[in-house]
Design a protein around this ligand. Structure first.
Ligand SMILES: [Zn+2]
Length: 104
């Protein structure tokens, strides 16, 4: 954590995005688990659901706080899990290369 400001920004974007993916993926798994055990273990299912909600909240908070373009500093919310280049300054988020004015 202490090297965060010195770190390559693109790596931190990738890492934040992977963390978000992990959170949401785990949350989905917990939701399914909650549904599966709801019949036999309703109490445990309750905690599983709470954990899933917490993970989703953490995931959303990470998106809001950490998923910013390393070049122009704007937040990238839409399609943040799949986007490869910044919608604002058009730079590639992994390589930093400017995408040449191609609109798709
Ligand atoms: Zn940008």
């Amino acid at each position: 954590m202490k090297n965060l400001s010195n770190m390559n920004f693109t790596k931190s974007f990738d890492r934040a995005r992977n963390t978000v993916k992990g959170c949401l993926f785990t949350a989905m798994g917990l939701c399914v688990l909650g549904l599966v055990i709801n019949e036999s273990l309703p109490d445990a299912a309750k905690y599983v659901t709470i954990a899933a909600v917490v993970l989703i909240v953490i995931g959303c908070a990470l998106v809001a706080l950490c998923l910013k373009c390393p070049y122009c500093g704007r937040q990238i919310i839409s399609k943040c899990l799949t986007v490869t280049s910044c919608p604002h300054c058009k730079r590639n988020l992994t390589t930093g290369m400017k995408t040449k004015g191609k609109k798709r």
